[in-house]
Design a protein around this ligand. Structure first.
Ligand code: 2AL
Length: 241
């Protein structure tokens, strides 16, 4: 089985971190490869970034070179579009983490990067989690790329997560950025509650879906998109099949 994990931002060092985390949950015979798109923003911290990350992400999905796909950005950019074109299952990291949180607790808090990304996380919580399961979304105000080399990241995330458990009355923490994948074990050890990183959760989930022989339904909304011409810089995008 081959799982392709797409980092929708174009920072290769972050892709390497994502790949290391994803590979840690790969079972025997499962090949996990993380990729960096050829175009897009270096990090995704706004709706604008998210929109412009989608073409590069979809180009990676369109290669059709895996049995299943992970979208490794907590905004789950392009998830529905990716499902329309991928032969195998596609899972977003927010989707996987929030669903996993509902299996191991009653209420979760999300700890994310910048405050401006909270709205997107809340929108996704409404989509993925039962009413009331997401008890809060909290921002540490650390930009995505600073997660890589700022030595204060771990203590700040731990402090914010501990506060969130108390203030929200939650019992699970969801890490709200792919760049936080490497923090999961340490934060969990510090807090003594389940801490969920979406990269590993989504990789494990895609693995399970492929093992179960499940793929995206083609019956209705996720049918292949109608073939048409795209113009300008998108002119390479839709080739008639
Ligand atoms: C993210 C993420 O997971 N990757 C990225 O570039 N931005 N999400 C976030 N909330 O900052």
């Amino acid at each position: 089985m081959r799982i392709k994990v797409v980092n929708p931002n174009t920072t290769a060092s972050m892709t390497a971190l994502i790949e290391e985390s994803a590979r840690a949950v790969a079972g025997p015979g499962v090949v996990v490869e993380a990729v960096t798109p050829a175009m897009g923003p270096v990090s995704i911290e706004s709706h604008y970034d998210e929109a412009l990350a989608v073409p590069g992400l979809l180009a990676e999905i369109a290669r059709g070179d895996a049995d299943g796909y992970v979208i490794a950005c907590f905004g789950d950019p392009g998830l529905d579009a990716a499902r329309e074109i991928a032969a195998g299952p596609v899972v977003g990291i927010a989707e996987a983490a929030m669903h996993a949180a509902t299996f191991v607790g009653r209420g979760f808090s999300v700890v994310t990067t910048l405050g401006r990304t909270r709205g997107r996380a809340l929108d996704l919580a409404h989509r993925y989690a039962p009413a009331g399961a997401c008890r809060g979304v909290h921002a540490c105000e650390i930009p995505v790329l600073a997660l890589e080399d700022d030595p204060t990241v771990l203590p700040r995330v731990v402090r914010l997560a501990r506060q969130a458990l108390d203030d929200d009355g939650s019992d699970v923490i969801v890490l709200g950025c792919a760049g936080m994948a490497g923090l999961c074990a340490d934060v969990s050890r510090e807090l003594g509650v389940p801490v969920i990183d979406g990269v590993t959760a989504a990789t494990a989930l895609v693995q399970s879906l492929v093992t179960l022989g499940l793929r995206t339904s083609r019956r209705d909304e996720y049918a292949a998109p109608p073939v048409k011409r795209f113009s300008g810089i998108l002119s390479g995008f839709m080739q008639p099949r």
